[in-house]
Design a binder for this molecule. Structure first.
Ligand code: NAD
Length: 370
């Protein structure tokens, strides 16, 4: 008992549900963190080594992200033990089983995360109907295909530039990770006149101080190759993206890539976090002290979850994109103004903003959490 309540504080979690069905080898956990703002949304992560603790931390992150984005949703997360590359039939059995086991938990709406995708969500829809990020054929808005998160990031950059001494035209950008988030933000920013001087993926970095052609890079990735196959640039290792001299640096790959020991290598004026938790709190503090503006992840990369929440309400793709633009511009402006005025980190200003919204939503309820 002590162990499971070790995650509990005044915000949640409301409930932690262990799901176990030996006949199909199903082992999963659902954490519904806080539902004061509405039923929770958060992805299902599938990996062999997921834990209840990881699930609880991710669920809390979703509580803050959804509140900051002004969505009528709380935060939740689910983890499923297993290799996401297992045979498809076996994966389908597990996903369908997990959905059936959680059929009655109306405080949680299924969504994809690492190891699950829109096809998995279609199986969930077939079983229980309470799910977002579906394929287009069953009413979804394919958020990675349209680049919902990258679209949001490009508007965050535009607002953040009001606090910088340079413009988007000819601004040099470097993007770590050229996947669903990275390629689209590179595309949107270069359409506005920015010059991508370096991008990276898990195989390495490609660098050209005169600029890289985004369309060619996307075609190379679509052909299943690494960005290092781009012909007109200097190939460097994966880590080299950190040292690239640029105006805007965008992490869009892994967590914890910038920390106290390597933050001094960053050579940018503005950092906008596309990935989740790419920069440690200590490193963000060092950046602030050096005068580098850093917009935190759960403000900057909320485009995907806003798109998912809009899909759930039956909105169109164009309405979803317009809402992402409006919400992320407003939030960025608000947190950067507060951070400037109070001389605090943008992350602290963002957390305070989200917390205020959660507290107010909780104050309307008979019981705080359920
Ligand atoms: P993705 O799998 O489509 O792309 C990830 C990219 O990162 C790939 O190009 C991969 O090669 C690259 N990569 C992996 N390890 C790397 C390394 N060490 N150095 C450089 N590149 C590396 O994933 P995604 O959906 O684009 O997500 C990227 C990040 O953004 C993740 O942290 C994810 O949690 C976060 N995020 C995604 C969304 C979304 O809408 N997809 C929304 C919010 C946050």
């Amino acid at each position: 008992m002590d162990n499971i309540f070790s995650f509990a504080d005044e915000l949640g979690p409301l409930k932690i549900i262990h799901v176990h069905e030996p006949s199909i080898g199903l082992k999963g956990v659902l954490v519904v963190d806080n539902v004061a703002k509405g039923p929770s949304i958060g992805g299902v992560r599938m990996a062999p080594d997921v834990t209840t603790e990881e699930c609880a931390r991710l669920a809390r992150a979703m509580t803050f992200k959804n509140a900051a984005a002004g969505l009528p949703h709380g935060g939740g997360k689910a983890v499923l033990v297993g290799d996401p590359k297992m045979p498809k039939a076996q994966k389908e059995t597990l996903i369908r089983g997990f959905a059936c086991a959680l059929r009655e938990v109306e405080q949680y709406i299924f969504a994809p995360d690492m190891g699950t995708d829109e096809e998995c969500m279609a199986w969930v829809k077939d079983e229980i109907d309470r799910v977002v990020a579906l394929p287009r054929e069953v009413g979804g808005i394919p958020l990675d295909e349209i680049g919902a998160t990258g679209w949001g990031l490009s508007h965050v950059v535009d607002e953040a530039l009001k606090f910088c001494d340079f413009n988007i035209r000819d601004a040099r950008i470097a993007v770590q990770g050229f996947g669903a988030v990275g390629k689209h933000v590179t595309r949107f920013l270069s359409e506005q006149g920015a010059i991508p001087v370096a991008v990276s993926d898990s195989m390495g970095t490609i660098y050209n101080p005169h600029g890289l052609d985004v369309k060619k890079l996307i075609a190379i990735k679509e052909a299943g190759k690494s960005v290092t196959a781009y012909p007109d640039g200097e190939k460097r290792d994966c880590e080299a993206i950190i040292d690239v001299e640029c105006d805007i640096w965008i992490p869009a790959a892994r967590p914890d890539v910038i920390h106290e020991d390597n933050v001094h290598r960053l050579n940018a004026k503005l950092v906008v976090e596309g990935a989740n938790i790419p920069i440690t709190y200590g490193a963000e503090k060092i950046l602030q002290d050096k005068g580098v503006l850093c917009v935190p992840d759960f403000i900057a990369n909320a485009g995907g979850v806003i798109c998912a929440a809009m899909e759930y309400q039956g909105a169109s793709q164009s309405a979803a994109l317009a809402t992402i633009e409006e919400k992320l511009r407003r939030n960025t402006l608000e947190v950067l103004h507060t951070a400037n005025h109070d001389q605090i980190l943008p992350r602290d200003a963002s957390l305070a903003m989200a917390r205020k919204r959660i507290d107010r939503a909780m104050s309307f309820r008979r019981w705080n959490l359920f």
